[in-house]
Design a protein. Sequence first.
Length: 424
Amino acid sequence: MFTTPLPQLSDSNRGIIDTHDSSLRVYQVWKGSNTFCLRGRLIFGPDVRSLFLTVSLIVGPVILFCAFVAQRLIDEFDHNHGELIVAICVIFTIYDILLLFLTSGRDPGIIPRNMHPPELEDESGSTVSSDCPVNHNGAPPSLPPTKDVVVNGIVVKVKYCQTCMLYRPPRCSHCSICNNCVERFDHHCPWVGQCIGKRNYRFFFMFVSTTTLLCLYVFAFCWVNIGKTMHADHCSLWKAFAKSPVSVILILYTFVAAWFVGGLTTFHCYLMCTNQTTYENFRYRYDGKMNPHNRGCLRNVMGIFFSKIPASKNNFRAKVKGDSSSVCNTSVTLGHSVSPEMPKRSFDMEMGKRQAVAAEDFTDIQRQIDSVGGSERSGALPRHTNWDQKANWEITPDIQMLAAEFGMGYGLADREKIHGGLEN
């Protein structure tokens, strides 16, 4: 279920290896820290296990309410009103759990990563920020860390994401937990195990507000049960508490929970009316300056609840194209095992640490290793050989990794012997 990012092949290896049509799908080679279920149909955050705790905190009190409190309500109310009270509670709970999974199990608005950094000429239409690093050695200038874009007539800065290799759109931020750039990033919620962004904020608010109503509903009818107990048994409040201890427990529990989720609902009502995100509210403090996204309270709220949810920019079930071998399984390469320590050194494409080797060079590499290894084992190689520096065939660590990658059958001891012969 959990997908670990797989290393990339260099451009030279991409031309060397004849890749067949890959049967891997995007969710299997996803570089973020997400967890996928149902073969990529559901996407969760890495802390998806917190969902079990959240569900138990919602369902547990409802089960206690239906098992110990609802029976007296059914007996006390006429015309099946007691059954209606219990039915409404159960429907509320099912609806709340459904909203929870709609929030947690969908793409929150992840922006796909670029395979390569954007070209400077592609950004010519934008105004580059004045803090762009200047390169004085004649090399191509590096990408500026920020650039200016105009939002509703107001200039705002957008940052370049080194991980995703893209300029983040306005209101986008990179989640350090999920390791993705998310559109209209609000926050990462550990209770739902997912980022809250452009595509699931509506469901998140509905989940929080519904949970608040459910807490108030159980809280109110537990007090009704206490009142019915006092009236039926002609006892005091404390004796009614003793006769229905589950009602007391639920009253205390829902009181505390209502303060938490109720406060969260109130806070997000304010954010919706002012068209802010949690991240923007804590980071930028729009209260003291103009908010470029604020379009008025009514239009802000309508934009949340009545606007069309954009389609996901990621097709997690799509097959990885064979001609763009940007992903490679670390455990299997050309049918041979690869050491866990090798991928970072031998597959580093972005930093360009390995020299490109053409396909026809592998025959020569094989022949040179055979000749040097055979000479050492037969004793024909002199102990001190004065080779010209250009003529000296040095078996570098890069060549060793290539030999191991393509199945040249030499062990560690053989390679050490070859190095010893060359050094002597």
